[in-house]
Design a protein around this ligand. Structure first.
Ligand code: DGJ
Length: 730
């Protein structure tokens, strides 16, 4: 049984694959955190300093001075009664007090995993895949019920957590903070890893020691953001790709988030993660409930690599959904870098014809097909076809593409409106705004107030009309600016700090409705590249455009960083033209292919202008992708050499049965008279014999992993190599 409560010891034992998580019910009232880490046997003692016993220690119970919340590791701590650290939650009451005292009432353990109303979350396909523990805590003075929800997966080292608040009383409560989880680590010798970035430079890896004090990784932009991903990991000092304890926290949420790491005077480390409390307050009327997003906590004793592989498998199989979850995605050509806004039907069909001849399967028409959109200054919100560019409409274009044997895909930016649009002229009150104040523009556009049902309905109506009329089998859902002046004309003053979260709930409602009604469509998320690359979006859309930076060398870091949490099957990756449009770099077509192969593979360039040599290389890449996609999409990733640390990036994928592997190696800058280099592989079966395609020698897995393979010497910058390995069976 993955979850058990022992009434003799008052302890909850939660087990997920090789992980244990232990909670002690202290004095029959409070939830003390005892342990999270490698699986251990059930035990009876609890050797943790939770007693006061400190000079100037604050004790919350005048009749029992043996404990203090200041030193007690807790599951869901409050602020204001002897704990001075960042709390997990805060509730303001009608008298202005923010003091609460949550006490254990009851708990339930059951098979399976509950859905979270209106929110994305990991799931189970059958109830024996996981068990769930719900612990009800009450504050009787204000009739508040708080339920801590834990799910332990049997086959993954993953525990998910979320929290439900319920106002059972008569007064209005204000939730000032409602984090999804808190973990109090009883020691502090950790390093903090997080993924930071910017537009075109998303998810760079940064690793820092924990300081005494507080480190916060957050977004206040209304989207999970290019700048910080809703993820952090704590690593035991010196942990590597292969070794050491790693604790990952990944929030299934697409809006403002915060991951707060606090190391205190006693070297205790507290992690809280959830909706960013900055600019957040939720009014909970009597009888109402509030559900927090889910955090997926992964423990690995095999370093960062082990943690990533757990996230990859779980997110691929139990977060992503839909017809394309387990399918090879069609190889696409996207019109953006090929034509930008400058196209007509003839030009698109010429591109499509070339694409078909090279073996491409899906034609994606990006921005510029609607309203009067000749540049980015107009027409968002006017979701009807521009007949000047497409006289036969989308259905006409779609039919011709289908006749050529290509699928048809289309770009939308449903959450936005241009000031120069019919929609804005008709409904100026439909965007997020503060009455009487100048509205900030970003890429010449405003954000629609999708906290409102009428706005959501109208946008969806326009989109559905198009999807019903034209043979569309793919949608790219873009979002190209953060939220500013976050205020809704449709909400009362006291609910204005709900806007950011209501926006995300509105977004999820739209995505749920559209993906349910059009289950055959492959959806790809996007936000000015990878500004909303998060698990929340992956619940609705199995792939996301990783970055607007398509340069192969830039992509090494972007994809390497993204792979810390997200599997290759979720990363949109395209081969584009040189000189590259973002950095002006010239890289070989082979290297551009090798980098894009480790994702949802496609092209984004004017194929009609390529040399015969490039076209032949593209044909080879497409054939190769069809042969090896299953190793990349379904296999385990092993990161071998980090482009953040060296002049090289190397990584490989190995199928679960360890019979097939593919290895990638990119040398960034050429070196004079280079040293002799070997690449030690990983993840193979040491006892299996492998053959490398193109080389008849047979080698054992242990040889390949301990001695390695020789890297051929190359001339020039940006060269790459790839090896396909197969086990010799029988
Ligand atoms: C930003 C996206 O990331 C690009 O790929 C492209 O779709 C443009 N928007 C179109 O405006």
């Amino acid at each position: 049984m993955p979850i058990k409560f022992n009434p003799q010891t008052s302890m909850f034992f939660i087990e997920a694959k090789d992980t244990s998580y232990v909670i002690k019910l202290f004095k029959g009232k409070y939830l003390a955190h005892v342990y999270w880490g490698k699986k251990i046997k059930e035990f009876e003692w609890m050797d943790i300093d939770i007693t006061a016993g400190r000079v100037f220690g604050a004790t919350p119970d005048p009749n029992d001075k043996t404990y203090s919340f200041e030193t007690m590791p807790q599951e869901y701590p409050a602020y204001g009664n002897s704990d001075f650290r960042h709390p997990a939650y805060q509730i303001e009451q009608e008298d202005g007090s923010r003091i609460t005292n949550l006490v254990y009432k009851t708990h339930r353990i059951y098979d399976g995993k509950p859905k979270l109303e209106g929110l994305p979350a990991t799931y189970v396909e059958s109830s024996d895949e996981a068990q769930t523990l719900e612990i009800d805590l009450y504050d009787d003075l204000i009739d508040l019920k708080v339920t801590l929800i834990y799910t332990a997966y049997k086959d993954y080292d993953a525990i998910t957590r979320s929290v439900r608040f319920e106002n059972l009383g008569k007064q209005k409560l204000k939730i000032l903070r409602a984090m999804s989880a808190c973990v109090d680590f009883p020691e502090g010798d950790f390093e903090l890893l997080h993924l930071w970035g910017s537009w075109a430079r998303e998810r760079y890896i940064e690793r820092t020691p924990l300081i005494h004090g507080t480190q916060i990784i957050e977004s206040a932009r209304g989207e999970s953001s290019h700048q910080h991903n809703p993820f952090i990991a704590l690593l035991s000092k010196g942990a590597t790709e292969k070794f050491g304890d790693v604790y990952g926290f990944s929030l299934v949420y697409s809006g403002n988030f915060a991951a707060i790491v606090e190391k205190d005077q006693y070297n205790l480390v507290r992690v809280t993660i959830g909706i960013n409390p900055f600019e957040f307050t939720w009014v909970l009327d009597p009888g109402e409930k509030f559900q927090t997003p889910e955090v997926v906590m992964v423990y690995s004793q095999e370093g960062l690599g082990g943690m990533s592989r757990t996230y990859h498998k779980l997110y691929r199989k139990r977060l992503c959904r839909g017809a394309y979850r387990d399918k090879r995605r069609p190889i696409l050509i996207n019109s953006w870098e090929a034509a930008y806004f400058n196209f007509n039907e003839e030009k698109l069909l010429a591109l499509a014809k070339e694409a078909k001849e090279l073996g491409i399967e899906l034609f994606v028409l990006d921005d510029g097909w609607f309203g009067k959109r000749d540049d980015d200054t107009s027409s968002l919100g006017d979701w009807f076809v521009d007949r000047r560019k497409l006289p036969n409409g989308l259905d006409g274009l779609g039919k011709k593409l289908n006749e050529m044997g290509l699928k048809f895909g289309l770009w939308f930016e449903p959450e936005m409106v241009s000031p120069d649009s019919e929609l804005y002229r008709k409904h100026p009150d439909w965007c997020i705004q503060v009455r009487g104040r100048t509205l900030t523009q970003c890429r010449n556009q405003y954000v629609l107030d999708i906290t409102r049902e009428d706005v959501r309905k109208e946008i969806l109506r326009m989109m559905k009309e198009i999807l019903k009329a034209a043979p569309i089998e793919y949608i790219k859902w873009d979002m190209n600016r953060p939220l500013t002046e976050a205020y809704s004309l449709a909400l009362p003053p006291e609910r204005q700090k709900e806007v950011f979260h209501r926006y995300v709930l509105g977004l999820y409602q739209m995505m749920e409705e559209l993906t349910t009604e059009f289950p055959h469509i492959l959806f790809e998320g996007c936000s000015g590249g990878g500004g909303r690359f998060d698990p929340g979006i992956l619940y609705y859309m199995p792939q996301i455009w990783t970055s607007d930076d398509t340069d192969a060398i830039e992509r090494l870091k972007i994809q390497f960083g993204t792979s810390i949490v997200y599997p290759a099957s979720t990363m949109g990756a395209h081969v584009s033209i040189v000189p590259n449009h973002q950095v002006g770099r010239i890289t070989p077509m082979k290297t551009r292919g090798i980098v894009a192969l480790s994702g949802c593979f496609g092209y984004e360039l004017d194929l009609t202008k390529l040399s015969q040599e490039d076209k032949e290389e593209i044909k080879r890449q497409i054939e190769l992708y069809k042969r090896i996609w299953h190793i990349i999409f379904e296999g385990d990733l092993y990161r071998l050499i980090s482009p953040f640390e060296e002049n090289v990036a190397a990584w490989m994928f190995v199928t679960e049965d360890k019979n097939e592997a593919v290895v990638f190696y990119v040398n960034i800058l050429g070196e004079p008279n280079p040293s002799i280099k070997r690449l030690k592989l990983d993840g193979l079966d040491p006892d299996k014999k492998y053959i490398i395609e193109g080389d008849e020698k047979i080698r054992f897995g242990d040889e390949l992993m301990n001695i390695g393979i020789m890297i051929p010497r190359t001339w020039g910058d940006f060269n790459s190599h790839m090896w396909i390995l197969k086990a010799v069976l029988g």
